[in-house]
Ligand binder design. Structure first.
Ligand code: PGA
Length: 235
């Protein structure tokens, strides 16, 4: 693993955006795996700025998001589709036909999950997957468990994740309890991975980097991936 410690979230965002920009410049039709949550917001702002300065062209880029809340419409302001549109896609020249987020309202969830993984494979696989990390070590919504699921699947969120996400909702009852998430295998198939952690994530990140490889810390599986960069605020 390539580990980069930074002093604050601004430096984190600059470095993360630099790596994503490098990928887009190197392969204009690359496939990016994207993440939501509070950590990537500044990274996305940096990418928007680079686009506005004429440095980046997203017209041929394809994106696949890690996850989506189960039961939410794309138009719901709490959905991850909506988040991506508001925080990145509407401000860059990406073709919305090239944008993919699991369908939280899919009638046949099993089918949706199989198709999602199949679409990624048909696009040639993910060149660079951006990840955040939960305080409990989850990546995407792959929660700590005795067993992890390989492919995209429906996941029941842990209490810790629901409590962590309540800050985005009016109250606890509004937080969805299930999500559709890429599986650990889907993530591990990416050619390269960039995991970012802002303030408060140093402890779990250090556990992920040097602790045992265990499904109880799903991110620890990344120790087995040949091309992972971790950037985190070391405080
Ligand atoms: P955060 O979420 O960026 O909002 O801290 C990360 C995660 O839970 O994966």
């Amino acid at each position: 693993m390539n580990i980069i410690k930074v002093k604050d979230k601004q430096e984190l965002a600059k470095k993360a955006a630099g790596i994503i920009a490098g990928q887009v410049l190197k392969k204009t039709d690359c496939v990016l795996g994207l993440a939501t949550g509070s950590t990537p917001l500044d990274t996305y702002n940096n990418l928007i700025q680079m686009y506005q300065e004429g440095l980046l062209d997203f017209s041929k880029v394809k994106t696949y998001n890690l996850d989506e809340y189960y039961g939410l419409e794309r138009t719901d302001s709490q959905s991850y589709y909506y988040y991506m549109k508001e925080n990145l896609f509407k401000s860059i020249n990406i073709d919305m036909d090239n944008v993919h987020v699991p369908d939280g309202k899919a009638q046949n969830v099993e089918q949706e999950c199989i198709q999602y993984d199949e679409m990624i494979r048909q696009a040639g696989g993910i060149d660079l997957q951006l990840l955040g990390i939960g305080h409990n070590g989850h990546i995407g919504f792959n929660e700590p468990a005795d067993e992890l699921v390989y492919g995209t699947h429906k996941e029941t969120l842990t209490e810790s994740t629901i409590n962590a996400n309540v800050r985005f909702f009016n109250n606890l009852e509004e937080v969805p309890t299930e999500a559709i998430s890429m599986g650990i295998g889907t993530i591990m198939e990416s050619r390269s991975i960039l995991l970012i952690g802002a303030e408060g994530k140093a402890e779990i990140i250090e556990k992920m980097i040097s602790g045992p490889i265990t499904p109880q810390v799903p991110a620890s599986l990344l120790q087995l991936h040949p091309d992972v960069t971790v950037i985190y605020v070391a405080s």
